[in-house]
Design a protein around this ligand. Structure first.
Ligand code: PLP
Length: 393
């Protein structure tokens, strides 16, 4: 863990100066009493600022090695606030297998305001470079991507962004700052769905933005105050509590995911396995260079590449629960074609590598041996089903 060792992280969470409380106090208030108009203790109205939220914002800014952190009511609200930096006529160059919700936001909300998005395979940095025009204001990447775990070279793309005078924003949800800090590699903005690894317990929805520079941070803070998508005090506290164990959890997620990915790679029913920690991963070297671990998400396709086969598999596991979302202590699995990526047109979805049978695992914190046993019995169930079908036909 490069910059973010556990000691530094745990002690970036302050002890309350007023009372000595070791847990960050929850300021459940809408307004703050002023001594005279405009004379206050740093807070006036809780949309603009709340001390519990401000503590979370400071912690995430440190974790991501940035200047300003801003906490939102969801990951998508965080993404939305970054898009509001743009104006009609501007262009975005974005990674092609982008998070489905970001695609929906870009396409169905921002397109009608005159903001256009070009999607490229960002695993080759030159594809990003070639897509840039004089209208491009923002480059948007996720690395690893959801759900095919593609890796883009953050440092190379940051150089392209700099040379072209546009911002680079990295959705760092899958890696988390415990593994990867894009701002240290030259990015301007990082966004998170804190719903995932930062929260870590599948008990909240939250989003975060971190900017490298003060000026950009001020712009996004202005947007947040003007648009209003803030994170509540209690949810801010929950994210802080999640962050306390982030390094420990992420370490175990990585170890379990590596074991699961190696098991899948050896299974006869599996066609492809997508996990940056496998030597067979196309950009394993870049992943190893820019992150200190490979994360807890593993995707794979079946030899029987049909929605039907995938549906049978995702309903046959016991520990892996069928649900959208990821990054919690309990293992989850989902079928992107019918769930998270349903809003992407079929041809576009397939072209970006999200095959009909693709299954995404969020490998949790159970014992790896139990998780592997669960997957084994699920494969067996599909096989039995196939045999029964042949016999009955
Ligand atoms: C979940 C997710 C989001 C959206 O976050 P919400 O908290 O659900 O709004 C954005 N990007 C990625 C990569 C995600 O996994």
């Amino acid at each position: 863990m490069s910059n973010n060792n556990a000691t530094k992280l745990i002690h970036s969470i302050p002890v309350d100066e007023l009372t000595g409380a070791i847990s960050v106090p929850i300021y459940q208030t809408s307004t703050f009493v002023q001594e005279a108009p405009g004379v206050n203790k740093g807070y006036d109205y809780a949309r603009t600022g709340n001390p519990t939220r401000a503590t979370l914002e400071k912690i995430i800014a440190q974790l991501e090695n940035g200047h300003t952190g801003i906490a939102f009511g969801s990951g998508l609200a965080a993404i939305d606030s970054v898009l509001k930096l743009l104006q009609a006529g501007d262009e975005i160059v974005a990674v092609d297998d982008i998070y489905g919700g970001a695609f929906r936001l870009f396409t169905h909300i921002y397109q009608k305001f005159g903001i256009h998005v070009k999607y490229v395979d960002a695993t080759q940095a030159e594809n990003v470079f070639n897509a840039i025009s004089d209208k491009t204001k923002l480059i948007w990447i996720e690395t690893p991507t959801n759900p095919t775990l593609k890796i883009s070279d953050i440092e190379a793309i940051a150089k392209i962004a700099k040379a072209s005078g546009c911002w680079l924003c990295v959705d760092n949800t899958f890696a988390s700052p415990a593994l990867q800090q894009p701002l240290s590699l030259g990015a301007d903005i990082v966004v998170h769905s804190a719903t995932k690894y930062l929260g870590g317990h599948s008990d909240l929805i939250a989003g975060l933005v971190v900017t490298k520079e003060k000026e950009l941070g001020e712009k996004i803070k202005f947007i947040q105050n003007a648009s209003g998508a803030i994170l509540a005090p209690f949810d801010s506290w929950l994210v802080i509590r999640g962050i306390e164990t982030l390094p420990l959890r992420v370490k175990q997620h990585c170890a379990n995911a590596q074991a699961v990915a190696e098991f899948l790679e050896s299974h006869p029913e599996v066609d492809k396995v997508f996990y940056p920690g496998l030597k067979s991963h196309i950009n394993h070297d870049i992943a190893a260079k820019q992150a200190s671990g490979f994360g807890g998400i593993v995707s794979f396709t079946l030899k029987n590449d049909t929605e039907n086969a995938a549906t049978q598999f995702v309903t046959a596991t016991q520990y892996f629960k069928l649900a959208e979302s990821l990054g919690g202590v309990k293992s989850l699995l989902c079928h992107p074609a019918q769930m998270t990526h349903k809003s992407i047109p079929v041809e576009k979805r397939r072209a970006s590598g999200v095959a009909d049978s693709l299954i995404r695992l969020s490998v949790g914190l159970e014992e790896a041996t139990d998780l592997i046993a669960d997957l084994k019995q699920a494969f067996k169930k599909i096989n039995n089903y196939k045999t029964e079908k042949i016999i009955s036909e």
